[in-house]
Design a protein around this ligand. Sequence first.
Ligand code: PA5
Length: 454
Amino acid sequence: MKLELLYQNLIGIPSESKGIEYVDLGKALPRAKKAFDKFLQQIDAKVLGYDSLPDQNTAEILRYVNSVAEDMDTMVVLGIGGSALGSRAVYNALKTTKSLVNKIYVCDNIDPTLLYEIMEKIELKRTIFNVITKSGGTAETLSQYLIVHKILKEAYKSDYRKHILITTEANNGFLRRVAEWENLPTYSVPANVGGRFSVLSDVGLVPLAFTGIDINRLLDGAKSMRERCRTTELMQNPAMMLALSHVLLLEKGFNISVMMPYSNSLADMADWYRQLWGESLGKRVDDDGNIVRVGQTPAKSIGTTDQHSQVQLYAEGPLDKIITFIRVESFKYDYTIPNLYPDELATNFLAEKTLSYLLKTEQLATEIALTDAGCPNCTITIPELDEFYIGEFIYLYETATVLAGYLQNIDPLNQPGVEAGKIATYALMGHPHYTEHQAKVESYLSKRKVEYKI
Ligand code: PA5
């Protein structure tokens, strides 16, 4: 079995606003071919490092995990953005069906309450803190590292090292230097793998292997999808079909892409997607320097919960959304609904059906209703929550994202818009390298007034 993509409802559905027709896809084929050729060239040029991650040897990671198995049962990931979202998404997708024993907590914010809550839950003696930052200089992650380092040193004096693991670029960055000074164990993020494309590198594989997830099976799934996404029959290529339909719809005004898993376990997978799609494809300038300001806002919805919150908006609000349903075919744990009141119409249609059957039926019902309402949608079916299919899903979306960028002549790998906020933070925090920005933030602060006190 494999992951399936049903995309017929993205094309040619009745719509009050204009959707896309098969003829539009046909016309866009030369553009798709150009984007696909660039994708292949960039792989050859080793720019798209994520593409070769499925081939890596995991023996060293598994050796490490084995070596700590007896003493440690918890890992806390200290990281943010691409250094955190992938491992959390995969862990939460699989933790229940795979009955994982070792836990990970992902501390991806500097809200002190979050760190406090995690520190309250863990047993320090049996915990490894995996500090993950590709650049080695992200303020959020460094501040967490400094706090945790102090706590560990106070608790364990010279023995604190076995509770810290650093994952950062091989040769660059502050944290790499720290690891050398302190003689801390390290893993590496390849220079040609960007944060949001790094879940299948040491960034994600180390914590995931620690929990007991079969990382080789995860990589096998990615490998299998890579093969499917290499076909030059572009209409058969799932990544190209996702990318092309989303880009063509965006150009017709469908500015929002909602990922809607009918599975609570996959809620964080939708958050992973939000970062990948948003940060990669929201761009001001194209590759020729033209101001284009493109981007499709990714959103998350959970079925069936958000049928009672968001679906009214999707069905009757502005026709500017594409919905991607994620459907899980087979659930490990299930319940049969009992026939308690056989003569009651209110419940007897539910009787003797499983909860998962009802869940899948409601997904189908929402798909039918939204199609009728003119809302373009597609459905990805995951046979079951298993490493292989999650690996397929990850590679599919990484490649669809890159192709969507190349179709629009923008760079999906950079994130210049995030820099301005980082610089302002450094200036506000008094970082000595950012003194020239201090005047700017001070002038802003002098004009910042509270208009209303309530
Ligand atoms: O995708 C990206 O590049 C970003 O979201 C980064 O992952 C995020 O900013 C964290 O960066 P770093 O891993 O360098 O701490």
